[in-house]
Design a protein around this ligand. Structure first.
Ligand SMILES: Cc1ncc(COP(=O)(O)O)c(C=O)c1O
Ligand SMILES: N[C@@H](CCCC[NH3+])C(=O)O
Length: 417
């Protein structure tokens, strides 16, 4: 079932009226549906049930403790990229043995902490990182399980800012060097080679880049085997896209089925995925209120209380996100072509360009598909407190899962000289 639908002229999320949420919690407001998150996660789980697998939700996508806790209870592992994300997962009740640690700049402190809590695996992104991990593991008297994140040099056919698997990107170890780095890893005293990893980008709407990357990774697995380097798992990353407008990405079950077909001769390998957006993007919305409308020089602006500080995707990538009025439009409404703009003093603070809307002051609008890379990328720019977040459970109960920030939160930790 879709998250949003109109009923008696009002927009509902699951079975809850958006206007009720805005009245109770204020705006801007992030809202997520536990049912939808569960449904998306289970789509991965169900399609992999015949294969040893671990679905490591990508924490950066939406790292609210309640979201992590919900996913942990469903059996998720976690893909993290910082100690902050590690601490969040632990705080939310996630199992450290199901954590994989990606990221190009893991610090000594981060590596130590990850070893102490006993994560599943480091996704190593450079040769120097490998040596650092070995050294720290030696100091702690531990063996670090690693996989190398391979940069397969595959075009993910997505926005250049969110493509990560091309040779010019900073991520991973070059395909050409990978075998050699594995050989070096095999000689290190405190390293255990556990797997192989790749993640080629985000918001992928075609299957072919996934298939190409997997072929290249499997060719490496074969070469490693020939050298007696045996792996326990293969991690194919995240990246599956969602529908924001009219994209038609493959479903999680089609993606996993196509990839599993390639893995039939690798029955002993556990398969790991690191999905983020496809779990939660369409399980979340951002509710915002129209503060003013402005009509001048042929332009129509709906000036709303949410801005690029709350949701940066449109400003950062010119991402298109659907905007729906909370009051159901009728055929007699007079519509104009609006730019939906926020309060921030930047010309790029535009949430949506050129949308046919009928809006008036104090109307509520919903930015759809905002569950992924929404709140997790929010900032306090222009000294706006970050929004509250709420979760709808069971389709009709709603709970605050993050309080709206106060002004005290804005200057917490600052000192007046
Ligand atoms: C290493 C890694 N894994 C997983 C993800 C999740 O990607 P997505 O949200 O596109 O599924 C990302 C973000 O792109 C990432 O950098
Ligand atoms: N933040 C990006 C995706 C980047 C993925 C990070 N690995 C977005 O909103 O689309």
């Amino acid at each position: 079932m879709e998250l949003l639908h109109y009923h008696n002229g009002q927009l509902l999320a699951d079975n809850v009226a958006i206007s009720e949420l805005a009245n109770q919690y204020g705006t801007p407001l992030y809202v997520y549906s536990a049912n939808h998150i569960t449904q998306q996660f289970r789509a991965y789980q169900d399609s992999l049930k015949d294969k040893q697998h671990l679905i490591c939700y990508s924490v950066k996508t939406n790292s609210n403790l309640s979201v992590l806790n919900l996913l942990a209870k469903l059996g998720a592992g976690f893909d993290i990229v910082s100690q902050g994300e590690l601490e969040r997962v632990l705080k939310a009740g996630g199992d450290p043995k199901k954590i994989v640690f990606s990221g190009v700049a893991k610090s000594i402190v981060e590596i130590k902490r990850a070893l102490e809590v006993g994560i599943k695996c480091f996704n190593v992104e450079s040769e120097s990182e490998l040596y650092r991990i070995n050294q720290i593991a030696q100091q702690l008297g531990k063996i670090a399980a690693i996989s190398l994140r391979i940069n397969p040099d595959v075009d993910a056919k997505t926005h250049p800012y969110i493509s990560t698997g091309l040779r010019e990107n900073k991520f991973g170890i070059s395909y050409q060097l990978a075998l050699d780095v594995y050989r070096k890893a095999a000689c290190l005293s405190h390293i255990k080679i556990a797997g192989i990893d790749c993640h080629i980008g985000s918001q992928l709407t075609e299957l072919s880049p996934f298939l190409d990357a997997t072929d290249r990774i499997l060719a490496l697995v074969d070469k490693l085997k020939a050298e007696n380097i045996h792996l326990e798992h293969i991690d194919l990353g995240g990246g599956l896209g969602v529908c924001y407008d009219n994209e038609t990405p493959p479903s999680a079950s089609l993606l996993t089925a196509e990839l599993m077909a390639k893995l039939t001769n690798y029955a002993d390998l556990e398969i790991i995925f690191e999905p983020g957006r496809s779990i939660i993007a369409n399980a979340g919305i951002l509710i915002t209120k129209v503060e003013y409308t402005k009509h001048q020089d042929g332009n129509h602006f709906a000036i709303v209380d949410a801005g690029m500080n709350d949701l940066i995707r449109p400003a950062l990538y010119k991402a298109w996100m659907r905007v729906l009025p909370v009051k159901e439009p009728t055929s007699s409404d007079k519509k104009e072509c609006y730019n939906v703009v926020g309060p921030i003093c930047e010309s790029s603070d535009v949430l949506a360009y050129q949308r046919e809307l009928s809006v008036a002051q104090d109307d509520l609008l919903v930015i759809c598909s905002a569950g992924a890379y929404g709140f997790s990328m929010a900032s306090n720019y222009n000294s706006h407190p970050r929004p509250a977040e709420i979760m709808i459970e069971g389709g009709n109960r709603h709970k605050l899962i993050r309080k709206r920030e106060t002004f005290d939160d804005l200057w917490r930790g600052e000192l007046v000289l």
